[in-house]
Design a protein around this ligand. Structure first.
Ligand SMILES: [Zn+2]
Length: 485
């Protein structure tokens, strides 16, 4: 196969297009995450059987039991796990995150960080337990399963079993459809509490949301799953829609906007659909698109849906991840019953295990690389745009970027203040990520004249998808409850 690089620039540039054989070569570094990890006690290590590690039953774990389990795991597997808290809930419970990776304490330069967040709605309890089982599975399979070893050697997986421990506390096992426990202790819905691109979100920011915002601003997550219950579907951005220009302030209009089954298409719609399908197709039954409620009209073709096409919402976490931080998050509705009996948990784990793993591995799809200056120094906050996709990503302080893309030929536009912008053509193939290193040249003139000023690099908002409202459908007779998910 001819994998020659091709530069679209006329000036001399150093663009290297390689395949998946080069790892970061910047040497040692610190993660920069700034979170203190949990202390490990040696006595805990000695008290656990070496072969199996801490026991994890298929039952619901309250906050204290979960905390004990996470601590025991981090003590048993210090080379594979790190436990940290990103903050506290309204009632002071730690928002725990467990990293599982061959490099749990330090970001691996050039390798992606990924995450799952569960139990955002306190009464949607299955994801919370599944993440504990995912931790257990990853650490125990590392030595015996070559795929898991590859995944952990090349990925830092951050798992937050509960973003809403206060809501979980008052939720009750066996309650499938209620909203009791959904909100945080101040009665805010945390998945309506993020800044919103499309509409002003006037909800008061909550400590749990603030902690997550801070967290994802410090770590460049490439891919993410938000785990919910109450349906069986993988939902992808956008969750919200631009204000409808056809509406002019009538009450009827606002009702219509809230329930219209109108897709809100993101610039990366093809990729998001693919990611949702990876989850759905690897799940035991999600891809069948079976409705949770008998007689319900809402069926999800192949087990996936555009978020807004299901029902639009303001202040959701997935749109925020994508538009603010270039993290491709989808929302995973993994159980028809929000808080099913504990004896069903094993089945939920079996149904979701493959999906949970395969989805995270998608972080290794597409193109990634480094933006550097001519001396090989990383360029922080360079803007990265794939031509035709109206969304801007940015490089990390190590100059890294990731862009999950399906196979094809693309043009990358790279720009940074004080440098000449570059446009580079590259291609993506199915089985290997494309490593794309870009060297930017200073815009300073050789004769000492003034800097060339590149065009403004502000993140441009995603466009209003064309034809958005051409697909408005007859949705008044099929209202979807706004408390799903
Ligand atoms: Zn939910």
């Amino acid at each position: 196969m001819n994998l020659l690089l091709r530069s679209w620039t006329t000036w001399t540039c150093n663009v290297f297009l390689l395949l998946n054989t080069i790892t970061g070569s910047f040497g040692q570094y610190s993660s920069g995450a700034g979170y203190a990890t949990d202390e490990v006690s040696t006595s805990q290590i000695e008290s656990e059987p070496l072969e199996t590690g801490p026991v994890l039953e298929f039952k619901y774990h309250d906050h204290e039991e979960m905390t004990r389990y996470l601590r025991a795991i981090s003590a048993r597997y210090p080379a594979l796990t790190a436990l940290y808290s990103i903050g506290k809930s309204v009632q002071g419970r730690d928002l725990w995150v467990m990293v599982v990776s061959a490099s749990p304490y330090e970001h691996m330069i050039g390798k992606p960080d990924v995450k799952y967040v569960a139990n955002i709605h306190g009464n949607e309890a299955v994801g919370r337990e599944l993440l504990l089982h995912l931790i257990q599975y990853l650490v125990t399979a590392y030595k015996t399963d070559s795929y898991i070893k590859w995944l952990l050697d090349n990925t830092r997986i951050h798992l937050m079993p509960s973003m809403n421990p206060d809501g979980f506390l008052i939720s009750r096992e066996g309650q499938c459809d209620t909203v009791h426990g959904r909100h945080n202790a101040r009665r805010y819905d945390l998945n309506r509490n993020f800044p919103d691109f499309f509409k002003a979100n006037t909800k008061q920011p909550q400590p749990e949301t603030e902690a997550v915002k801070e967290w994802i601003s410090k770590i460049q997550f490439v891919i993410s799953g938000s785990l919910h219950g109450g349906a069986l579907v993988a939902s992808y951005p956008f969750d919200n829609t631009p204000s409808a220009r056809i509406c002019r302030s009538s009450v009827l209009c606002s009702v219509f906007q809230s329930y219209a089954h109108t897709p809100s298409i993101s610039p990366d719609d093809d990729v998001f659909r693919h990611l949702a399908l990876v989850y759905s197709n690897n799940h035991a039954k999600m891809s069948r698109g079976v409705s949770c409620k008998s007689g319900s009209r809402s069926k999800f073709e192949k087990g996936i849906t555009n978020g807004a096409a299901w029902y639009p919402l303001t202040g959701g976490m997935q749109d925020y991840n994508y538009l603010w931080h270039g993290c491709m998050e989808i929302t995973l509705e993994i159980s028809c019953c929000k808080y099913p009996p504990a004896h069903e948990l094993n089945k939920y784990w079996q149904d979701n295990k493959e999906s949970l793993i395969k989805f995270l591995a998608e972080a290794h799809r597409g193109a990634h690389g480094f933006v550097m200056d001519v001396n090989g120094n990383p360029i922080d906050r360079a803007s990265i745009r794939v031509k035709g996709r109206d969304v801007t990503y940015h490089t990390t302080k190590y100059g890294e970027f990731w862009r999950i893309l399906l196979p094809g030929t693309y043009k990358l536009e790279v720009a940074a203040e004080g440098y000449l912008p570059q446009e580079v053509e590259f291609f993506v193939i199915e089985n290997h990520p494309t490593l794309l290193n870009v060297t930017l040249h200073s815009a300073k003139r050789i004769d000492g004249g003034p800097y060339y000023r590149p065009p403004p690099l502000l993140a441009r908002p995603p466009p209003t998808p064309s034809g958005l409202f051409s697909t408005l459908t007859n949705s008044f007779n099929s209202f979807v409850s706004n408390i799903f998910g």
